[in-house]
Design a protein around this ligand. Structure first.
Ligand code: AMP
Length: 217
């Protein structure tokens, strides 16, 4: 039986950070559609070119592009026993496509992180990402030892184009409109846990681990 964990939450809720801990403790591959798009962008693929205009405008990439890319990735051998989804699904049609694809005995759990909008804006606009290893620093909350240089690997830190203030407010509006309905979608299926994401990362991670094990949080 495969285990599918779905991490839901607005941009800046801490999905990437928390996904790493969950994946290492539960030995699941971390599948981030945003990372897959950024890797394609970096490699200059046609898929990356198609996604770029949407990403830089803070919009969602069209469903059929995302769904094809995601299904291609989760067909790989390392996903046979399950995986954690970070940033997918983001629309009801994506969730329906996933549901239709999963085997009947798959165990699905959706974990939704709640964080107020003003906190999200502060987190996203101060965020800098390593070009080489993807590690994230925050200019105020976790500044690098040396400005512009990643503590983990020495790579160059940059601000994602979609983390600028104008694009962040668009991404949050898109989230509320197109992705937040997934909370209802998974609640109706009895597989959703909501977790307060406005706490120290370790406390949020403890709650997510408990919820992933099916405990009430
Ligand atoms: P993320 O790193 O998850 O914030 O994703 C960055 C950007 O990639 C998003 O703002 C979207 O433009 C695009 N993207 C990532 N995942 C999806 C998805 N499931 N559906 C549509 N667009 C996506």
């Amino acid at each position: 039986m495969s285990t599918i964990l779905i991490l839901l939450g607005p941009p800046g809720a801490g999905k990437g950070t928390q996904a790493e801990r969950l994946c290492s403790e539960l030995s699941l591959p971390h599948i981030s559609t945003g990372d897959l798009f950024r890797a394609n962008l970096g490699q200059g693929t046609e898929l990356g070119q198609r996604a770029k205009q949407f990403m830089n405008a803070g919009q969602l990439v069209p469903d059929e592009i995302v769904i094809d890319m995601l299904f291609d990735r989760v067909s790989a051998e390392d996903c046979a026993e399950g995986y954690l989804l970070d940033g997918f699904p983001r629309t009801i049609p994506q969730a329906e496509a996933l549901e239709a694809r999963l085997p009947a005995d798959a165990s699905v759990r959706a974990l939704a992180l709640d964080v107020p909008d003003d906190v999200l804006v502060g987190r996203l606009t101060g965020r800098v990402t390593c070009r080489d290893c993807g590690n994230i620093h925050h200019l105020q909350f976790s500044p690098p030892a040396k400005a512009g240089v990643c503590d983990a690997c020495g790579g160059e830190l940059y601000q994602r184009e979609d983390d600028s203030e104008a694009v962040v407010s668009k991404r949050l509006a898109v989230y509320r409109e197109q992705t937040a309905p997934l909370v209802d979608f998974y609640t109706k299926r009895g597989v959703l846990s909501q977790v307060d994401g406005n706490r120290a990362p370790s406390a949020v991670g403890d709650s997510l681990m408990a919820a992933a094990r099916g405990e009430t949080v």
